[in-house]
Ligand binder design. Sequence first.
Ligand SMILES: *[C@@H]1O[C@H](CO)[C@@H](O)[C@H](O)[C@H]1NC(C)=O
Ligand SMILES: *[C@@H]1O[C@H](CO)[C@@H](O)[C@H](O)[C@H]1NC(C)=O
Length: 478
Amino acid sequence: MGEYKDSLHEFEGDSDFFPPPPRHRVGRERIHIQKSSVCSRAYFVVVMAFFHLYIINIIALLLYVHYNTGSGEQDVPLEKSAGSPRAVPAEHQTPSSTAHLSPEMSFQLPRLEGIRVGHVQRVSIVPDRTHNMRTLSLKPLLFEIPGFLSVEESNVVMQLAQLKGLTHSSLLTNPDQEEQLTQDELFSLLDLNQDGLLQREEILSLSHSTDGSWLSSYNLRKIHTGLETNPSGVLSLQEFKRVSGGVLRYSGAAQGLDGHTKVRQRSTHTRLYLGEGTHHLLKSVRNRVTRLTRLPSSLVDLSEAMEVVRYEQGVFSHAHHDSSPTHPDNSCTHTHLAANTSNQVACRYLTVLLYLNSADSGGETSFPVADNRTYEEEVLGDLSQQYCDKGNLKVKPVAGTALLWYNHLSDGNGWVGELDEFSLHGDCLVTRGFKWTGSVWVNIDPDQQRQERYQRLVSWHPEGHSKTPEHGDFHQDL
Ligand SMILES: *[C@@H]1O[C@H](CO)[C@@H](O)[C@H](O)[C@H]1NC(C)=O
Ligand SMILES: *[C@@H]1O[C@H](CO)[C@@H](O)[C@H](O)[C@H]1NC(C)=O
């Protein structure tokens, strides 16, 4: 304190000796100069610091971009070689157009983009035209594709299902004559390769339908015997009519004699194989599903057969999931061969639901929690009919329209992840008429290695020559 006072006095004393104004001014200027120089240095430091940060940011950004495109470039060939050759080819897949991938490289399953509800995108599912695909919901990822089948094609699928035979339905208990086939139609449906002749294989392909009601085993045997005794080994339409005379009439009688149940089942179903040797329309359905989903064709080819269901008036189905939760103790029904667990569950990555007719009234497909903010099972109650009224999203059946939805989320690495709880759905009550649907499921094991093992196992036992290369390819994809 004392020193301070002294120096203060000294200063004051100094000011007495020298003329105050100039001295003062110099002092002030000096102080000003010093202040401003201190200030500018601070500014300089701050500015430089920001400048460096800025430069470092830019460099980091450039490095980031460079690094990202670098790893992206590695991804592109994989995707191109794995995805595009499958997605691009038309109805006929070209086995030769495959790049070779080592099995260790992880294959990414293509997944369609929903963008937003109501978004419409053009998709190519048949070679000569495009279809509109509209996003109906994002949770689950659900699309609607009108005109997936023409009305005529839908009719043929229904007829094929009837020909194969719907479980629990019979002619006797269903006097509706409109669904009966003429002999010409029957011949056409039996003639899988449409060459105007019935080969032995084409007739035998029906022998699996022991549950069928359209061709009883008696009639099947009759046709088969007719073919065996025919010197040419094939049946023309005329010969078919001769040996199968009254097939449909006998069919009803045979059912009665067999003592088949006369209780009219309310919902009936059958399975239609979509693979080699089947009706060309069914093969086309398979190809359309492949093109729509952009999945490797062999994944679709190895999936379960299409299920055709007829819902009668007064019928509904409870809300359910098509696939099962992923669980290490479970193995998929389709890859069970390659697994070592006892629990078998259905693993259906996605569903393509085809409306084969437009139900007169009712029969909507309801997604009770579609795009809801949360999923709470308790709120849904017993998941019976009532969910239909409460349903967030209801789709009216229109002949030929297809719905596509993913039953599983992605696992983040381009493979099948958890079951999407939001894919819950059910069929509302059919209030008038019939509803016909066809369900195509693409089976993929959430365990990628098991799926690969299964593919390898299957490819060792090719069923047909034409299949071998495709299966071969698929390994390389995986
Ligand atoms: C299957 O599992 C059992 C025990 O859980 C094991 O002993 C057996 O070696 C396994 N088989 C294969 C083929 O992995
Ligand atoms: C739908 O979302 C709302 C709001 O989050 C929630 O209260 C309701 O329980 C959800 N409904 C179902 C069925 O989960």
